[in-house]
Write a protein that binds this ligand. Structure first.
Ligand SMILES: [Zn+2]
Length: 140
């Protein structure tokens, strides 16, 4: 039985690093699984399912609380709660994720975001195709 539990899965090591340092500033030890594989070959992130952020079992509850506070966009339920500012529907896709990038420009943006991580996340409406950016802190 593993001593660790996965608290979040992200597409890129840079993203994982930001969350890791945040959690470690709160005394939660974070292990990044598959970090180097993805860093070596960013396109491998699809194949291996991204970088896993893991914590010791005893830190799990605390870590999840911190994720909720600092990176709520990582909790899958949250994307569903965000409304499209244009049509008001809840049909958004997270554009930071190369998995959902369907066009060349979206793919480029996902790669750019992996190189220059920002605190905001891009979303695209599945209904009206409106694209917008949202700061992580604005997401409730
Ligand atoms: Zn819309």
């Amino acid at each position: 039985m593993s001593k660790f539990r996965t608290i979040a899965v992200v597409s890129y090591p840079a993203e994982a690093g930001v969350i890791k340092s945040k959690l470690e500033s709160e005394n939660v030890t974070v292990i990044l699984k598959d970090e180097f594989t993805v860093a070596t070959d960013p396109f491998a992130t699809n194949a291996i399912g991204g970088v896993k952020l893991q914590v010791y079992k005893e830190d799990y509850i605390k870590a999840m609380g911190l994720i909720e506070q600092y990176a709520p966009e990582l909790l899958p339920a949250n994307v569903a709660t965000i409304k499209c500012p244009s049509c008001g529907l809840h049909k958004l896709q997270d554009q930071q994720d190369i998995h959902t990038a369907t066009t060349f420009s979206q793919r480029l943006r996902a790669i750019r975001l992996s190189l220059f991580p920002s605190t905001s996340t891009y979303y695209r409406c599945g209904n009206c195709s409106h694209e917008f950016e949202k700061e992580a802190k604005d997401i409730v």
